[in-house]
Design a binder for this molecule. Structure first.
Ligand SMILES: C[S@@+](CC[C@H](N)C(=O)[O-])C[C@H]1O[C@@H](n2cnc3c(N)ncnc32)[C@H](O)[C@@H]1O
Length: 262
């Protein structure tokens, strides 16, 4: 699929082609964020250790399948990954695991009413052009009491990203325009009928040893800055890595809501 647009203004869509990005994405972003995966397992059915095995969960914008496959492996439940990019779906289907993958978009989830325990997305909500339609679809396909979870970056996180904000500072303004603020998402979820809206953060600090994922531009914001800004950032990152590791952060806000239990 081709994510065309000029990336100007909140909610604008990036000039991104996830079909072309799929290989770099699967290579560079192969494993799930451990804190996000743990939260999905625990939060999907508090006290019950995960979604009901039969109903299971849906990952919207599953990309190369990282979270859908990890959640299915950790819980044994059925997980369906949905994405509009055929390249991403091919990469997901090529990986070992029990999740199933199908083509689709957040705004129109082709699943029956009240059929799943959990609807979640990781790093996707800034791509969804009609979030009201998405949250309405999530309410529709969740069983009463089922949970929606949106893993995204807050504006504060975007400003303190390492090494994106530190080495590619031009990404910050681009991303502040693209990512909806958390308070706006909370209001949209409430408008769709979700209750018990809450959020948690999961932040991992680590030492970056290698610039390959950045050279590959496996982060969409690196496609949205001027080539000169990208070249400056890569040169600085490689120079810093020449002297040792670079302090990095892997961080998410997880925003949860529950469909009323009737
Ligand atoms: C940054 S990737 C995240 C992939 C995966 N969730 C992960 O964290 O590894 C964003 C994904 O959102 C998908 N996407 C873009 N627009 C979408 C939409 N309207 N509905 C569902 N997915 C969408 C893209 O095709 C891409 O695979």
């Amino acid at each position: 699929m081709s994510d065309a647009g000029d990336a100007s203004g909140e909610g604008a869509r990036a000039s991104l082609d996830y079909d072309a990005l799929a290989a770099a994405y699967a290579r560079s972003r192969g494993g799930p964020h451990p804190g996000v995966l743990r939260a999905l397992i625990e939060g999907a059915a508090p006290g019950a250790g995960g979604p009901d095995p039969g109903r299971g969960g849906v990952e919207v914008g599953c990309g190369a399948g990282t979270y859908a496959l990890a959640l299915a492996a950790a819980t044994g439940c059925a997980v369906t990954g949905i994405d509009p990019s055929e390249g991403m779906l091919r990469a997901a289907r090529a990986r070992a695991g029990t999740a199933t993958f199908r083509s689709g978009r957040a705004e129109r989830l082709d699943l029956p009413d009240a059929s799943v325990d959990l609807v979640f997305s990781v790093d996707v909500i800034h791509h969804v052009t009609d979030r009201a339609a998405y949250f309405a679809e999530a309410v529709r396909i969740l069983r009463p009491g089922g949970q929606v979870c949106t893993a995204t970056d807050s504006h504060e996180m975007i400003r303190r990203r390492r090494p994106l904000a530190s080495h590619f500072p031009e990404t910050v303004a681009v991303e502040l325009r693209r990512y909806p603020p958390i308070e706006r998402l909370e209001a949209e979820m409430a408008g769709a009928g979700f209750q018990a809206i809450r959020w948690q953060q999961s932040v991992i600090a680590y030492e970056l040893k290698d610039a390959q994922a950045y050279r590959d531009r496996a982060f969409s914001s690196l496609h949205l800055i001027e080539p000169a800004a990208f070249a400056r950032g890569i040169a600085q990152l490689e120079a810093d890595l020449g002297h040792g590791t670079v302090a990095a952060l892997w961080q998410y806000v997880l925003l949860w809501g529950a469909k009323p239990a009737r």
